[in-house]
Write a protein that binds this ligand. Sequence first.
Ligand SMILES: *Cc1c(COP(=O)(O)O)cnc(C)c1O
Length: 385
Amino acid sequence: MSTYGPRPVTFVRGEGTRLWDDAGKEYLDFLCGISVTSLGHAHPAVAAAVCEAAGTLLHVSNLFWTEPQRDVAATLDGLLGGGGAVFFANSGAEANECAIKLARRFGGRGRHSVVSAYGSFHGRTLATLHATGQPAKHEPFQPLPEGFRHVAWDDPAALDAAVDASVAAVLLEAVQGEGGVNVPSPGYLAAARRICDERGALLMIDEVQTGLGRTGRWWGFQHDGVAPDVVSVAKALGNGVPIGACWARAEVAAAFQPGDHGSTFGGQPLAASAARAVLAELVRIDAPARAEASGGRLREAVGDLPGVLSVRGRGLLLAAELDEGLAAGEVAVGALAEGLVLNAVTPTALRLAPPLNATNEEIDEGVRRLAAALVGLGAQPRRGC
Ligand SMILES: *Cc1c(COP(=O)(O)O)cnc(C)c1O
């Protein structure tokens, strides 16, 4: 169906940070399938885990335990501080759908609303679409499920005014990814935590794009030192194999009774085996430290490029705001021609999200290719000061 625009390239193979198209042309992947392939393409440990699962046990349903799923739940819970419980889904939207249903079950009738921020992105199902704070995306699909409200992003006073006794949960990204890589001011999530505590609402953080090391910490909310009640995870969890997870602290998770929620495929052995290998490898390489170091290098280099006004973001989730007169979409097309994959996250900003294990040489080569694309579109070198 025509849900995506024209697609400029057919990719046939990947290895680490590199991709090849059907004409044999090589690219550096600084998009990672939108923050998914954090370990790069065809990672040997993930490939081996997927192959082994395919030849061992592919599916038995969630009426039974399987070992990979139990291991992934334990590792995720440990990375989130311990003492919680996990529900497995197949995508970010489904992880958030679980969070929303859990908040309603926990809050009960009359305390069922979810407050989220304008500019947010939480998914494409009807409920997560309504949680997504982009009214233009809602319009063609009205009526949407009721019980969603939106407030200005990064504005504690707006949250304070919106969270009343009818609110089950506040749902926020740690950094707004699809909305433009918008980093909140220091203390914003802490203020949200305080407001939720005062009013008896849950604080739910959508870490689908920011989680698992990408921002330079295991979780984006750690930059603000808060402890959420519910966390959703997906994208990087399977390094390309579809899997999502919703974690909640034990008291909240206990609101779900058998039969309240479910998924035929969620956390099945193939996806969970991939996720188990991904988590082990992210821990082994200290992914947050890698994202922090490479992110600093990339940020500095991109900030010096002609045509780049400023760079924002955290770790290896960055956006380059372009000079007036440069359209991000055109620069992304130019970069593709130069052999660099990235995307226009807004009409004026490029998103950069390379693999967390990219080498310094790959980061530097990607910056050279971006520079060539910018100069090719007439970007003027910045004046020295
Ligand atoms: C991508 C994304 C989602 C949706 O994930 P899908 O796997 O596409 O359903 C939800 N929340 C955030 C923050 C995302 O970046």
